[in-house]
Design a protein around this ligand. Structure first.
Ligand code: ZN
Length: 71
């Protein structure tokens, strides 16, 4: 069984953002991406976790779980 995690790499409004924003506030690409796991994923819906973003290739991207699906 393969499990999929649909996650959002958020892209917040950049108005008023300073150059020294903390790493976790760095805006992402705004895409929703699909990550594939061979076993139960280590996250639940609503979790925020770090993984490489398949869309913008950013390593250690801050992703928000939208949906977990098993097929
Ligand atoms: Zn991204």
């Amino acid at each position: 069984m393969v499990e999929y995690v649909r996650a959002l790499h958020p892209n917040p409004e950049q108005d008023g953002m300073a150059d020294d924003i903390p790493d976790e506030k760095v805006p992402g690409c705004g895409d929703t991406v699909l990550l594939e796991y061979d076993e139960a994923p280590p996250v639940e819906e609503g979790d925020v976790f770090r993984d490489s973003c398949p869309s913008c290739k950013r390593h250690d991207a801050r992703l928000e779980v939208v949906e977990i699906r098993a097929e």
